[in-house]
Design a protein around this ligand. Structure first.
Ligand SMILES: NC(=O)c1ccc[n+]([C@@H]2O[C@H](COP(=O)([O-])OP(=O)(O)OC[C@H]3O[C@@H](n4cnc5c(N)ncnc54)[C@H](O)[C@@H]3O)[C@@H](O)[C@H]2O)c1
Length: 262
């Protein structure tokens, strides 16, 4: 196995930056929250699980500005209330990370013709409609920001054509399409819209939906042959949130240790 050289969180965001991370209560979303907060952003965790409060308490205890707000990305009024809270307290919102997803709750893998239509709709409602609704809700404040950013979480499963999760893979392909379309609509206001496509990441969700040993098998397929962890994605998110990426938009950045090349 290779020596791990991980990002140390050295990027700083401009003073006053306000960020929202949907699905930020656990896993990869929690790593984004921590990274953005350590980079200087006031950060909102928008999730439906109470783990978000525990994370906010821990990071607030370290002197960071992190707030949990129970928010359902499938519900526009819930998102509007969150954006209104950002407007009221800060007068701005600069970075929206669309990370919320049905992933841990996907259930067991199955052939595409055996997927329950209700499960298909649930995955699309959170992963695709939720990304669209959160972006729509945040649009006005992002356009008013000096450097508005939308960063959505896709998946390298789209490039790999991973079987037996057809609804999930299709939903993440839709996130990439939405990223391109919104980039064209928001570029005039200086808002960039990009996606990150993680490879298989060691989270509680991954361990729930995959067989034991799957993480190690995925690691062997990589140019950098080790297990991917949430912290491996934070540098990409901070880059896309920062001025360093201001002329990059509509792109999907694959962060998978060199398993897929697109
Ligand atoms: N872990 C991986 O291997 C991997 C690989 C590629 C992409 N991804 C993507 O990365 C992101 C995070 O993955 P993870 O492993 O941390 O999975 P996860 O299932 O733990 O995280 C998803 C988060 O979204 C939240 N959520 C679900 N429905 C919601 C709703 N209606 N409103 C608000 N929040 C809601 C969940 O409560 C959870 O906190 C997801 O978008 C996932 O699809 C993960």
């Amino acid at each position: 196995m290779s020596t791990e050289q991980r990002f140390d969180g050295a990027i700083r965001l401009p003073a006053g930056t306000v960020a929202v991370v949907t699905g930020g209560g656990r896993g990869i979303g929690a790593a984004f929250v921590e990274g953005l907060a350590r980079a200087g952003a006031a950060c909102y965790i928008a999730d439906v699980i109470d783990d978000g409060q525990l994370l906010a308490d821990r990071l607030t205890g370290e002197g960071l500005d992190v707030t949990f707000r129970r928010t359902d990305v499938t519900d526009r009024s819930s998102l509007d209330a969150l954006v209104a809270a950002c407007r009221e307290r800060h007068g701005r919102l600069d970075v929206l990370v669309n990370n919320a997803s049905i992933y841990q709750d996907l259930g067991s893998k199955r052939p595409f013709h055996e997927i329950d239509p209700a499960d298909w709709d649930r995955v699309m409602a959170v992963n695709v409609k939720g990304t669209w609704l959160a972006s729509a809700s945040a649009r006005e404040l992002l356009e008013a920001s000096p450097a508005g950013r939308i960063i959505s979480v896709a998946s390298s499963t789209v490039h790999m054509g991973v079987p037996y999760f057809a609804h999930y893979v299709a939903s993440k392909a839709a996130v990439m399409g939405l990223t391109r379309s919104l980039a064209k609509e928001l570029g005039h206001a200086g808002v960039t819209v990009n996606a990150i496509a993680p490879g298989l990441v060691d989270t509680e969700a991954t361990r729930t939906v995959n067989d034991p040993g799957y993480l190690a098998t995925a690691a062997e397929r990589r140019a950098i042959p080790r297990i991917q962890v949430p912290g491996d994605l934070v540098g990409a998110a901070l880059f896309l949130a920062s001025a360093a990426s201001s002329f990059i938009t509509g792109q999907t950045l694959v962060v998978d240790g060199g398993a897929t090349f697109v």
